[in-house]
Ligand binder design. Sequence first.
Ligand SMILES: [Zn+2]
Length: 252
Amino acid sequence: PVYFVDAPDFFLAHELAHQWWGQAVGWNNYHEQWLSEGFAQYFASLYARHAQGDDVFRGIMRQMRDWAMQQSDQGPVYLGYRLGHIQGDKRIFRALVYNKGAMVLHMLHRLLGDEVFFRGVRRFYTDRQYQKAGTEDLRLAFEQVSSVSLTRFFDRYIHSTGLPELGFTYRLETAPEEESALVVKLRFEQRTDELYDVPVTVTLHYRTGDSQNVVVSVTERVTEVRVPLAGPLSRVDVNRDFEALARIVDQN
Ligand SMILES: [Zn+2]
């Protein structure tokens, strides 16, 4: 399917993952092929993280994100094999059905958290084992375990072509209850007409050399979170792990 220099077992892991995704759980029709290829791609990435660590995982995520973002306006994931068909360009199909599909699962993972995400995966698998499945079945499985409405999430990323565009600012504040304690306010504003759900990592760098990652679930027109600080900051980075499928302008 795709080769990552740093992860020679990726191909094998992807093909093995098809025993679950694609074989045990099939796909209803060509629209739903991402349930097979996106899952195989994502589970191969998780295997790479397990076997080779975070750096290799991040390299894979970054590459998949770049491919997905470059081709996203070519059509929705839901178009399946028809993506790139007219141009005769298979890269468009792979970028969206394989890599955007995997990134969508990764964003869902980060929005719901480890425990709920894997409960949703198991629910989907046991509900649809030895049957065919569609995006709606996946949405229902995750909604049942999370009690979160995911209609907008799948509409935006699977049925549409757009991606989030965010402006990011931060400001230091004094916590009201304790005057000496510093707090940083992280602020994201969505600039597209339609709103998205997108988890974004903000990295706080302290003057001591330590750093801290904060994952902000951006879901509103304006999302603000306040984070207590462990000391004076030297720098703040946004989306340095490239795990948000979004265009982000750092306005600081
Ligand atoms: Zn495959």
